[in-house]
Design a protein around this ligand. Structure first.
Ligand SMILES: Nc1nc2c(ncn2[C@@H]2O[C@H](COP(=O)(O)OP(=O)(O)OP(=O)(O)O)[C@@H](O)[C@H]2O)c(=O)[nH]1
Ligand SMILES: C[S@@+](CC[C@H](N)C(=O)[O-])C[C@H]1O[C@@H](n2cnc3c(N)ncnc32)[C@H](O)[C@@H]1O
Ligand code: SF4
Ligand code: SF4
Length: 308
C-alpha cells in the first residue's frame, strides 16, 4: 500500500528530524524548515512506533536529520529500533562524530550516510560552519566509507565562499569513493529578496550545463527527477548529483517525502510554514495506531508542491 497526495505524488519517504540541537553554527542553516526552537523531542520508542505505523502506509525509506542527529546520546538505539521497518535507512550529518560512530551506526542498521562538507579549505570551512573541525570531519568520512555505502558529500554552494571549489570537490569525491551532492542555497519565497539571500545565492543551472558537457553518462533519479552526472577525473569516475530546489517545478512535482519535526509533528514541505500537524500529543494521550495512521493520512492530503 502506498498513499498518494492530491497531486498524484506517492509518499514513500519520511525525513525525521531527531533534534534541533547542533554542535555547529552554519550561518545559512534552514534546520529542515523547523522555525521555532523547541525541546520536547520524541523518544526512541515514539520514533519506532511512528515508523512502524508509517511502514504499513507505504513508507520504505527513512532519513534521520536535524539539527545534528549524532548529538543525541540515544542515536544507536533509535537506528536499531527503526531499521526492521524500512528498506533504506540513512542519515544526514555534519560528520563531527562519525569517526567513532560510523562502525556502531552500521552495526545498529544504518544503511548509508550523507556528510556535509562545504569546503576543503580550513578557513572557508570554519567561516561556513562556525567551527574549526575540517580535519575531524575528513577523518569521519574516511571511517564512514569503510562501513556505509554509499557515502554522499553534501556541498551547499554559496557565492563568494565555496563556488570556486566545485571541481576540487568532484576530484575529492572520485578519490574517496564518495558521491558528491551539489546543493543550491534555498529559502522560502518571502526570503528570496533579502540582502542575505541575494549575497550568497549561487545558481546551479550553469554548473549543471558544464557537468552535462563533461559527463560520460547522465541519469535521472525518481525522487525530484534529480540529475546524476558521471564525470571522468584523474582519480576515476566521480558521481555528482545536483539538488536544485529553488523555483524548480519539476523538483516539487516529484517530491515523495513527508517530514517529521523533532517535537513530533508532520511537516508537509521544507519551505512552507503553515503545514504542521501534531501527532505526538495524540500518541502521548493514548491514541491507537489507527488514530495515528489517520493523522498521517491527513498530513499526506495537505501536501502541495511548493513551486508550481
Ligand atoms: N526544498 C527541498 N530541499 C531539499 C529536499 N530534499 C533535499 N533538499 C535539500 O538538500 C539537502 C540535502 O539533503 P539530504 O539530507 O542530504 O538528503 P537527500 O539528498 O535529499 O536524500 P538522499 O539522496 O536520499 O540521501 C537538504 O537539507 C535540503 O537543503 C526537498 O525535498 N525539498
Ligand atoms: C539542516 S542539515 C541537518 C543535518 C546535519 N546537521 C548536516 O549539517 O548535515 C541538512 C543539510 O541541509 C543543508 N542546508 C542547510 N541549510 C541550507 C540552506 N539554506 N540551503 C541549502 N542547503 C541547506 C546542510 O548543508 C546539510 O547538508
Ligand atoms: S551542522 Fe547541520 S544542523 Fe547544524 S548548523 Fe550546520 S547545517 Fe544546520
Ligand atoms: S514540495 Fe518542493 S520545496 Fe517542498 S519539500 Fe517537496 S521538493 Fe521541497
Amino acid at each position: 500500500m502506498v498513499l498518494y497526495d492530491r497531486f498524484g505524488r506517492p509518499v514513500t519517504n519520511l525525513r525525521i528530524s531527531l533534534t534541533q540541537d547542533c554542535n555547529f553554527r552554519c550561518f545559512f542553516c534552514h534546520r529542515e524548515g523547523q522555525r521555532f526552537n523547541v525541546r520536547n523531542e520524541m523518544t526512541p520508542e515514539e520514533i519506532e512506533r511512528l515508523v512502524r505505523i508509517a511502514s504499513r502506509l507505504g513508507i520504505k525509506k527513512v532519513k534521520l536529520t536535524g539539527g545534528e542527529p549524532t548529538v543525541r546520546s540515544d542515536i544507536l538505539e533509535i537506528v536499531k529500533r527503526i531499521k526492521p521497518y524500512v528498506a533504506d535507512l540513512s542519515m544526514t550529518t555534519n560528520g563531527s562524530r562519525l569517526k567513532e560512530l560510523a562502525k556502531p551506526l552500521a552495526k545498529a542498521g544504518l544503511d548509508r550516510v550523507n556528510v556535509s562538507l562545504h569546503s576543503l579549505r580550513r578557513d572557508v570551512y570554519k567561516q561556513i560552519t562556525g567551527v574549526d573541525m575540517l580535519e575531524t570531519v575528513l577523518e569521519g568520512i574516511e571511517e564512514a566509507v569503510k562501513y556505509l555505502s554509499p557515502v554522499k558529500l553534501n556541498m551547499t554552494v554559496m557565492k563568494g565562499l565555496n563556488e570556486g571549489e566545485i571541481w576540487d570537490m568532484v576530484n575529492f569525491a572520485a578519490k574517496t569513493g564518495t558521491i558528491l551532492q551539489l546543493i543550491e542555497l534555498e529559502a522560502p519565497k518571502e526570503m528570496t529578496g533579502t540582502a542575505f539571500f541575494r549575497k550568497y545565492f549561487y545558481p546551479l543551472k550553469p554548473v549543471e550545463r558544464e557537468l552535462e558537457k563533461r559527463a560520460l553518462e547522465t541519469r535521472e533519479r525518481r525522487m525530484h527527477r534529480r540529475k546524476k552526472y558521471f564525470i571522468p577525473t584523474d582519480y576515476g569516475i566521480a558521481e555528482v548529483e545536483v539538488v536544485r530546489a529553488m523555483h524548480n517545478t519539476v523538483f516539487c512535482a516529484n517530491c515523495t517525502r513527508l517530514r517529521v519535526t523533532s517535537n513530533g509533528m508532520f511537516k508537509t514541505c521544507l519551505l512552507r510554514n503553515d503545514d504542521l500537524i501534531d501527532f505526538l500529543t495524540a500518541m502521548r494521550n493514548g491514541a491507537s495506531d489507527a488514530e495515528i495512521a489517520e493523522i498521517f493520512k491527513k498530513a499526506v492530503l495537505m501536501r502541495e508542491p511548493y513551486w508550481r
